[in-house]
Design a protein around this ligand. Sequence first.
Ligand SMILES: [Fe+2]
Length: 550
Amino acid sequence: MLIARRGLLVASAGAAMARPAWAQSLSQGTFTHGVASGDPLTDGVIIWTRFVGGEGRVAWEVAEDETFGAIVARGEAQASPTNDFCVKVDVRGLQPGRSYHYRFLAASGPSLTGRTRTAPANAASLSVGLVSCANYGFGYFHAYGHMAERDDIDLVLHTGDYIYEYGLDEYPRTELTVPGRDFDPDHEIISLDDYYRRYQQYHTDSNLLALRAAKPISAVWDDHEIANDSSSTGAQNHQRNEGSYAVRVAAASKAYFDWMPIRRPEASGPRVYRTLDWGDLARIILLDTRLIGRVRQLNYQRALGLHLLSDGAETQAAVDEFRRTQWLDPSRTLLGSEQEAWFAETLAASKQRGQTWQVVAQQIVVGQQLVGAGAAAMVAPEAHANVRRYVTVGERLGRMGMPWNLDAWDGYPAARERFLQACTANAANAVVLGGDSHNTWLNNLTAPSESSRIAAIEFAGASVTSPGLEQALSAAAPGAREAMMQSANPNLAWCDVTNRGYGVLTFTRGACEAEWVAFANVREQQAPLPSTTRFAATPSSQHGPGAWSI
Ligand SMILES: [Fe+2]
């Protein structure tokens, strides 16, 4: 039996041996944070573990069966402090559309066993789990644990806020932190060592470990993997006294690539955008709306100041001026020109190939979100004055046709128009997936040039734990928050402004069937029974997808 050099594949001679002689050269140590897999191709998948001990020499095996009787690939790999002892192998030579078991070996014994699967060459269906925004302090990761137990999810798409960068008593504040889930380290993470330590803490969570071991994951970062409201040039939560922003981005993205079971695109700099194909059924397009091309967010407070606090002609004039000179500025990009061009070409190539669906996994909500009439009345009487002002201003802006959240596509209307135009012109049937807002929104996104046509349908899923608008609008009657948002936004087909959870979308040639799996409470270690809401949409051959039906 041959053993390949690190990351290379060998043909195996079949039966597993309990403690083969070659294993003697491996190191003694500990697999500290489970196993993971991701970014499946038709012939391969990334497998991941973390190993601390000795010289860091480990071996890996991929088998068709749980007992590793039929090993199909095997090799050696090296754990090193330069990658925080994370081991990533891009296993190749596997068969398409197959389930596999994998594990790592050391002289001191094997790792846990993980399950994964490769992408099919000819796919009848694709089921993706959609998840985002897991703030450790706000609760338990029930969404992860629940997904891990399902047999019907082929691939998990994580659209960001996999970790949060805060220190103690920031987000969450101490009084809202679930006991036993204080952040480690206790300060805001800035250095490479800080980011590593936060990833280490997250991967003590049993639900997260179960998900990583059970399913292949494809992930893209949002802002909190770096710092709140990050862009290509800075972040709301990055201050001058925290050092160079570029250095921080380099540290944060290195830690992310070291810890996530994803393939690094061949490019210089922090590039994460890439594609995965699911036969001739679907292309999954993972975008970076955060770091590589995003122009810094606009800020109502900075732009409008005191005008925000009153109605009237002067406020209207100031808002009109802001809208014309800043908000609508076409040079304000989210993807950057290079990724925009790549996106349009990627959609076209997918359609050309005959793929029915273009599944666009990205970070932030695309559909318009105006705060509707009556929102301020949903603020609890005892709420802090800042909360009341925030909601009152949001409602005032909504009356003037302006969105509440300038960190989403809503803050980049010209870029959004180009994005939707690319979907209209180049995609067969585009479906946009995302998160970030911490609530769930299903949108029918109208084509910019053709209002009777849908450019893309959107499923923006709520968070694993992070709180959403319900926190500020806590005095609303059941269903009132949702009705208020629907009344103000005609693109909004359905929303949940109350619960945490995850999405599942199943694509076939004839339909996209979706579920929203909701947890009413994430503050108890025992998961409550989730509730499930179902949706569907149909593809077309010429005019893009039909609207969501509920
Ligand atoms: Fe988030």
